[in-house]
Design a protein around this ligand. Structure first.
Ligand code: ATP
Ligand code: MG
Length: 330
């Protein structure tokens, strides 16, 4: 079997962007072909200041959402990054094979350090190295992510290739898998920016746990343009985004959607997209509520999968530790 890794930060309830760009694609992956590891990457989350009790709650909630969205916790290894210490240990080693200059070019660091000028910590700077460790620990062949992560995937490949060149074939070189639809869902308020769960403006994003009224209200407020003509074009980012959301959910092509909405006003379009999202999220929210009630069930998944992830991660880690010259354990 091939191996696959992906994860999400517990920086807030995940958005429709995270769902359509990543989680929905995870659910569609063929489990006979891939051994899948899906992590709640809580270690990445603290690159931005978090309230401890909130972080803990959100991490659990995110793990439950993975399952509610359709990931079977027996077929897939769903676990907390912080429960598998190999992530941090491999990261340290990879840090020593990563150049400052490479990190300096990372656009996410530039964006996030502008957003949090009071807390530009070195964790934020070396975030891509931890992400490389996450991926390489499981010898991942494939990493399903949104388009915003392509630069981090490239650096992961560079680090792995550099390491392999020195020490032989240690790491599998991973490929990014970016879904055909929903690659980049934009903010409902500033459609030239990606939708992010850490956006402070609540109207900018649809959260997976938003109730139907909230979802409809946010779509009603979505920023569009003054043309009153439904077309799929880069010049009309607000309308394009609404059509992208619509198509990512029901599998239609943009042309089909445009034809369907021909002659309708923006108000009607927003309503239709809103209803489509409400219906998509309804069963996920119902399953989520059930899972959260069943504490023992969730605790067992967390424990079993944490151990399983540790087992595979440690295998790679020991190999790497030996390669760089650390004394073997007897
Ligand atoms: P943060 O603002 O805290 O970075 P985020 O919304 O970017 O949060 P991440 O946890 O960083 O979420 O990313 C989780 C996954 O979701 C990644 O695979 C990422 O590529 C994908 N993703 C994030 N935002 C979008 C989006 N707007 N459209 C499509 N995919 C997205
Ligand atoms: Mg992000």
């Amino acid at each position: 079997k091939k191996s696959l890794f992906s994860g999400m930060q517990a920086t807030g309830t995940i958005t429709l962007g995270n769902y359509l760009g990543a989680l929905k694609n995870w659910v569609d992956i063929d489990k006979d072909q891939y051994m899948c590891f899906y992590s709640v990457v809580d270690m990445h989350s603290i690159t931005v200041r978090q309230e401890p009790s909130e972080l803990r709650k959100r991490a659990r909630s995110l793990l439950a959402l993975y399952i509610a969205a359709g990931l079977d916790p027996v077929e897939n290894c769903i676990y907390y990054q912080s429960h598998v210490s190999a992530h941090a240990e491999l990261m340290w080693i990879l840090n020593c094979f990563t150049y400052m200059g490479e990190m300096n070019r990372m656009t996410q660091f530039k964006d996030k350090s502008q957003k949090h000028p009071e807390n530009i910590n070195t964790g934020l700077f070396t975030y891509p190295v931890l992400m490389a460790a996450d991926i390489l620990l499981f010898q991942s062949d494939v990493v399903p992510v949104g388009k915003d992560q392509t630069q981090h995937l490239e650096i992961t490949r560079d680090i792995a290739e550099r390491f392999n060149k020195i020490y032989g074939d240690v790491f599998t070189i991973p490929e990014a898998y970016i879904g055909k639809v929903g690659q980049k869902i934009m903010s409902l308020q500033e459609p030239e920016k990606k939708m992010s769960k850490s956006d402070e403006n609540a109207n900018a994003h649809i959260l997976l746990l938003d109730d139907p009224d909230t979802i409809m209200r946010k779509f009603k407020k979505a920023v569009t343009d003054s043309e009153a003509c439904i077309a799929y074009s880069e010049q009309k980012p607000g309308i394009k985004n609404l059509l992208d959301i619509y198509c990512a959910i029901n599998g239609k092509k943009p042309e089909e959607a445009v034809a369907e909405f021909e002659g309708m006003g923006y108000g009607r379009l927003k309503e239709r997209v809103g209803e489509t999202v409400v219906e998509e999220l309804r069963p996920i929210q119902e399953r989520y509520n059930d899972i959260m009630k069943n504490k023992d069930y969730l605790n067992k998944i967390i424990k079993d999968n944490g151990e399983k992830a540790s087992y595979y991660a440690t295998k790679t880690l020991r190999k790497v530790q030996h390669k760089v010259g650390f004394p073997d354990r007897i």
